[in-house]
Design a protein around this ligand. Structure first.
Ligand code: 3H9
Length: 686
């Protein structure tokens, strides 16, 4: 880390260089305080420009310090020192001024930014609130309503919007440093604005805070930070600066040590580590400048849209003219939906569609860099696709299968140049869901595997490497979730009670509601295939429902009944009777919410431990990312593995032992017992 100071013609330029994102480490905080003292003492300096080297302005406090006791100088004091400096400081912003970075900028007399810069207080996304005056200075600068929006959403605004809010004093065209120096020169002769800390907060309309509280609570659900952030802005608007700062700091420190903050930090670092697995460091990916998708069903169309959204030209191949037309209509429906929801303009949607070439002719793929197969889940159909691709594609083109349940090694048998083949498992809807499971086969070359990760970065997805097994990581765990949900039904719980308990835990939907939405037929089809392989999948109630063609919402009934045109689940007497019949002679018990959650979640963790032991997943954090980004697991719980470690693995083992003794779960695996002894999953990681 370096902080350098150069002075010329009365303007000092303080340049922070603390890669990768100029985070406010203890050393940087110290250096900033020293810079203020030094420049205050320099009679030749009229004003100071604060600028950063590298890709961004200060992106915030150093999150890696949050697990440790805070070290002085504390950031609120650093900001106060800059605000109280005898020479006025100008923050010159490029990249992102986030969290503590924006708070430092709020200590400056003025803020200027390039048009591409973004500014925000994302602390709530880390389970905390701003801790260096963000909630106190912001309402004094831009008014309470705009401050509430920025602080409780955590979403940044761009420089133009920031200028409109009064958060930025000037948007600089051209070179930032030259523009900031010119601004400082112009400002040096003028009256310095009143420090933000001394300003009054604009009054709000009657009922404003009550309305804001309702809106924030509804959005935050069980996350604590947004409401606490709102309370801090409110306090800052209703009391003096010093008391508001004390309230903010106290809330910040309280939340910093909370379970939610620790979980969200875990996810923050897991997400940043995911695109760059250390075991693949130094390997150069292949260039991907064009792509094709084989199969224009729901999955194929979603993948095509994801590729187009990342700027790649896409060829969509289907088997005949009618299927080509249907495929194209599926992609168009995605973009029509985006326009309708206000996510993009018609012009952008048209441009995305214009980049899709639809055809039945494999010959068009002769020079395509990446081809993703998303046809029907049938081994011979998929093999036939790759046979054709082997003939027409360049030998270095990357070929991928989007299979969910088939063995990629079997699909790839006989492929020409098998080293360029791998599994890329998208989740539906593929243009929205963030998870991408990357599945190397026995023959995938390292640079092809790395290309999968590079593609994920390009598409804005979270990549997780998964080994080959039935269902890879996510769907293998999902099978356990569903089996446990049925075990609960056979031992006295109702579908509604199970769904309610899982929603209360933080999932957007319970396992039965989710099946009714997605359709029970896909899993039934997979169970049939598994039985043909000699396996014995456990789904006594779902099997009976499927025999009655109760496939979910689309057939007017599944685990619940549905009225035509109404998605609200109604309790079903038919289902209750089927459960009673299936449960006959089994011991019944009363289940409370915590018991239901344990009976579903801890067996998932047990299965995940096997997945780790078999090196199907390389890291426990990868499993957390799979569940969060593919299955709606609450981010603020940190994922199932983080949750289990927080709970204590010995307790997890004890609960599983008790469930297993009653025939309600598999016993804890040897790996889980070992992890419990070692106090964490890292002992199993690959
Ligand atoms: C805060 O400020 C609290 C204060 O109110 C109160 C204080 C008292 N700390 O995302 P990238 C690392 S809370 C430590 O891939 P990009 C990251 O781990 C903070 N490390 O880059 C990665 O490391 P590696 C509020 C951080 O260009 C590398 O930088 N601020 C931090 O795609 C590159 O990251 C935030 O929440 C950090 N704060 O995006 C901002 N940030 O290379 C969080 C990043 O070893 N950061 N790293 O894997 C971001 O949103 C993005 O990093 C940013 C750049 C947009 C800045």
């Amino acid at each position: 880390m370096t902080v350098s100071i150069i002075s010329e013609n009365g303007i000092a330029v303080v340049t922070i260089d603390n890669p990768p994102v100029n985070a406010l480490s203890q050393a940087l905080r110290q250096a900033l305080v020293e810079a203020v003292a030094k420049l205050d003492a320099d009679a030749a300096v009229k004003a100071v420009v604060l600028i950063c080297a590298g890709r961004t302005f200060i992106a915030g406090a150093d999150v890696s310090e949050f697990g440790k006791p805070p070290q002085p100088p504390h950031l609120p004091d650093v900001v106060a020192t800059i605000e109280g400096a005898r020479k006025p400081w100008v923050a010159a912003i490029h990249g992102s001024a986030l969290g503590g970075g924006l708070e430092v900028a709020l200590g400056c007399a003025w803020r200027v930014a390039v048009a591409s810069a973004s500014l925000g207080l994302p602390e709530v996304k880390l389970g905390i609130i701003p801790g260096a005056g963000g909630t106190v200075r912001l309402p004094r600068l831009i008014g309470p309503a705009a401050a509430v929006e920025l602080v409780t959403s955590g979403s940044p605004v761009d420089a133009k919007k920031a200028e409109g809010l009064g958060l930025v004093d000037a948007v600089i065209e051209g070179d930032l440093l030259a523009g900031a120096i010119a601004f400082a020169n112009g400002a040096a002769g003028k009256t310095r604005p009143e420090p933000i800390s001394s300003r009054a907060v604009a009054p709000v309309e009657a009922g404003f805070w009550e309305g804001a509280e309702k809106a924030v609570a509804a959005k935050a659900k069980r996350e604590a930070a947004p409401l606490r952030a709102l309370a801090s802005v409110r306090r800052a608007s209703e009391t003096d600066f010093a008391s508001a700062m004390a309230f903010e700091r106290e809330t910040f420190l309280d939340l910093r040590g909370s379970q939610q903050a620790s979980a969200l930090r875990h996810v923050f670092f897991a997400e940043r580590a995911a695109p760059r697995p250390p075991e693949l460091a130094g390997i150069t990916p292949r260039d991907i400048r064009s792509a094709a998708v084989i199969g224009g069903g729901t999955m194929g169309a979603g993948i095509a849209a994801a590729l187009r959204d990342a700027g790649l030209p896409v060829i969509l191949i289907e088997r005949d003219a009618a299927a080509v037309e249907r495929g194209l209509a599926n992609v168009r429906a995605i973009y029509d939906g985006s326009v309708k929801r206000g996510r993009m303009t018609q012009a952008i949607a048209d441009a995305r569609m214009a980049g899709v070439t639809d055809s039945g002719d494999y010959g068009l793929l002769a020079d395509t860099d990446l081809i993703i197969e998303a046809v029907f889940e049938d081994l011979s159909v998929k093999r036939a696709v790759f046979e054709k691709l082997s003939v027409v594609c360049r030998p270095d083109a990357v070929l991928a299968t989007n299979t969910s349940y088939l063995d990629p090694d079997a699909i790839g048998e006989g492929i020409a140049h098998p080293e360029r083949f791998l599994g890329l498992h998208f989740f539906s809807p593929a243009h929205i869901m963030k998870l991408l499971e990357i599945v190397p086969t026995g023959t995938t070359a390292p640079d092809v595997l790395v290309t999968g990760f590079a593609l994920a970065r390009l598409l804005g997805k979270i990549p997780v490497r998964a080994g080959i097994c039935d269902g890879f990581i996510g769907n293998r765990i999902l099978k356990v979730t569903r089996a446990q949900a049925e075990r609960l039904l056979l031992s006295g719980a109702t579908p509604a009670a199970v769904d309610a308990a899982m929603r209360a835990f933080g999932l957007p939907m319970g396992p039965f509601e989710a099946q009714d939405l997605g359709g029970l037929d896909i899993a039934a089809f997979q169970r049939k295939a598994a039985r043909e392989r000699g396996e014995m999948p456990f789904a006594p109630v779902a099997d009976r429902l499927c025999a009655l063609k109760r496939y979910g919402q689309k057939t007017g009934g599944g685990w619940y009944d549905y009225q035509p045109g109404d998605r609200a689940p109604k309790l079903s007497d038919t289902v209750a009777a089927i459960i009673a019949e299936a449960a006959e002679s089994r011991a019944q018990r009363a289940w409370d919410e915590a018991g239901i959650v344990d009976a579903i979640l801890l067996p998932m963790v047990n299965e995940a431990t096997c997945i780790l032991e078999e090196h199907v997943a390389l890291r426990a954090a990868d499993i957390d990312l799979v569940k969060i980004h593919g299955y709606g697991f609450p981010r603020w719980r940190g994922g199932p593995m983080h949750y289990a470690e927080g709970r204590g693995l010995s307790e997890v083992v004890a609960v599983l032992d008790r469930l297993a003794a009653d025939g309600l779960a598999e016993p804890p695996s040897d790996g889980l017992r070992r992890a419990a002894k070692a106090g964490g999953f890292s002992v199993l990681a690959g």
